[in-house]
Design a protein around this ligand. Structure first.
Ligand code: SAM
Length: 288
């Protein structure tokens, strides 16, 4: 493929330059919980790391007496589904997300496990509407970079003996092959977003708010072979709003991107997407 043939998409990527556009653009991917859930299943299926990131995130934690749980940026209930199995039978999991469309699936995941669910549709910024020490457990998976200013508030609403668990991406893996595919500007914008809370700077950002932090690195990549092309295209369509602002996750892919994928699959025999993450388990909130 020629450099010129990718120019159109590089220009589209420029629209992602400011943070506001980046956030609202990327948020449109999460409006359709069923598509998000299907893509999440593809990610697990194509992962080279056999461990489920949620099990890694909750590893070693005894949550059996946790009753009040908060899941910030909960989406369709990816983490709540696993969490619900581990907490007190009387527990309530409060899910917070900017998209009201996530409520049905989130509530179902929690109630299927026999726990109470409460869904709050709001756009989190720097304040949380709960009293001090309200929650035994707070989780925030792949979302803290959207609203990192809320970190002091997470420490405030966590009970003194509670635990905060968060998962994020590495800066090193987040842009992946985007520049090679002609999305250099989009890659830059994605990196800028991730740098607000990443595997690389997470420990430092958390250390002002928690007295005890354990970082668990999760090395992973997604491997798509020619026979997995449908999965790869579904994954890329979900990512499309990150690449071309205004697109929807179920839109058709731009022809040039489709050609890039076909070329990569036929020439290299596979497409590998680096997807290294880190988990932080945090205790001893320092706000008092
Ligand atoms: C990458 S998804 C992660 C969802 C879920 N935690 C998971 O692990 O699958 C990010 C989620 O954060 C939500 N989100 C982004 N910015 C938000 C904000 N300011 N307030 C509330 N939710 C937000 C999105 O709607 C989306 O559901």
């Amino acid at each position: 493929m020629s450099g010129a043939s990718w120019q159109r998409f590089e220009s589209a990527g420029k629209m992602l330059d400011n943070d506001e556009t980046m956030s609202s653009s990327s948020l449109s991917s999460y409006r359709c919980p069923l598509i998000h859930e299907a893509v999440s299943a593809i990610i697990r299926q194509r992962s080279t790391n056999p461990q489920d990131i949620r099990e890694v995130a909750l590893d070693g934690l005894d949550l059996s007496s946790a009753q009040r749980i908060l899941d910030l940026g909960c989406g369709f209930g990816f983490m709540a589904e696993v969490l619900a199995e581990r907490v007190d039978p009387e527990a309530t999991i409060v899910g917070v997300d900017a998209w009201a469309s996530n409520e049905g699936l989130f509530v179902k995941k929690v109630t299927d496990a026999g726990r109470e669910a409460d869904f709050v549709c709001t756009k989190v910024d720097s304040r949380l509407p709960w009293p001090d020490g309200q929650f035994d457990v707070v989780v925030c998976c792949y979302a803290l970079y959207f609203f990192v200013d809320v970190l002091p508030e997470i420490a405030r609403v966590l009970s003194p003996n509670g635990v905060f668990v968060t998962i994020t991406h590495t800066e090193g893996s987040v842009a992946g092959q985007l520049p090679a595919a002609g999305f250099a500007e989009a890659a830059e914008a994605l990196l800028k977003l991730t740098r607000r809370f990443s595997a690389e700077n997470g420990l430092q950002l958390l250390s002002s708010h928690f007295g005890e932090i354990e970082q668990i690195d999760y090395s992973n990549s997604l491997r798509f072979r020619p026979e997995d092309a449908d999965d790869l295209f579904a994954y890329l369509r979900f990512k499309l709003p990150l690449l071309t602002p205004g697109s929807e996750p179920d839109d058709a892919l731009p022809d040039h991107l489709t050609r890039f994928v076909h070329t990569a699959l036929s020439h290299l025999g596979e497409v590998v997407v680096e997807k290294d993450d880190a988990v932080f388990q945090c205790r001893k909130p320092l706000w008092r």
